[in-house]
Design a protein around this ligand. Structure first.
Ligand code: CDP
Ligand code: MG
Length: 148
C-alpha cells in the first residue's frame, strides 16, 4: 500500500473543480486518507517546491501556489504514486494524454490543476509537509476495502 500527496491547485479550486479532481481519483479506487484546505504563505510554497528553487519558473510557480487556497490530500492504494501521476497527465497540458486531468482542465503549464508526488522519496517529504500523523487515517481505519 503506497501513499501519495495530491494538491488541488489554486486554479482548480477557484474554478470549482475540487469535486471533479477527487472523483477522478476515487473512481480509480484510490482512497482518501487525509484532506484539508490550506492557504499557503509564500514561504510555505517556496519550502514545498524547494527542489525547483533554481528553475526559471520557481518565483511564478510559488506565487501562483500562494495566491489562493489549495486542497491537499493523502491518497492510498497499490502503486498510488504512479497511478496518480498517470491520471494527472504530463506537466504541460498540451502534452498530456486524452482523458487526464491536466488535458481536460489545465489552462497552462503552470496553472495545471493538480500536483502529485513523483516518487516515494517525494511523498515522504510532501505528506508530512501538510499532514501530521493524526490527520491521516489508514484505509483499514476507514473501515473500507479497496476496490482495486
Ligand atoms: O507537477 P509536475 O511534477 O508534473 O511538474 P514539475 O516539473 O515537478 O514542476 C512543478 C510545477 O511547476 C508544475 O506542475 C507546474 O505548475 C510548474 N511548472 C511551470 O510553471 N513551468 C514549467 N516549465 C515546468 C513546471
Ligand atoms: Mg513534480
Amino acid at each position: 500500500m503506497e501513499h501519495t500527496l495530491v494538491i488541488v491547485k489554486p486554479d482548480a479550486v477557484a474554478r470549482g473543480l475540487i469535486g471533479e479532481v477527487i472523483r477522478r481519483f476515487e473512481s480509480e479506487g484510490l482512497v482518501v486518507c487525509g484532506l484539508k484546505m490550506v492557504r499557503l504563505a509564500q514561504k510555505e510554497a517556496e519550502g514545498f517546491y524547494q527542489v525547483h528553487r533554481a528553475r526559471p519558473f520557481f518565483d511564478s510557480l510559488t506565487r501562483f501556489m500562494a495566491a489562493g487556497p489549495c486542497v491537499a490530500m493523502v491518497l492510498a492504494g497499490e502503486g498510488a504514486i504512479g497511478r496518480v501521476r498517470t491520471l494527472m497527465g504530463a506537466t504541460d497540458p498540451a502534452k498530456a494524454a486524452e482523458g487526464t486531468l491536466r488535458r481536460s482542465f489545465a489552462a497552462s503549464i503552470e496553472k495545471n490543476v493538480v500536483h502529485g508526488s513523483d516518487s516515494e522519496a517525494s511523498a515522504a517529504f510532501e505528506i508530512p509537509y501538510f499532514f501530521n500523523r493524526l490527520e491521516i487515517v489508514s484505509p483499514a481505519e476507514r473501515g473500507e476495502i479497496s476496490v482495486m
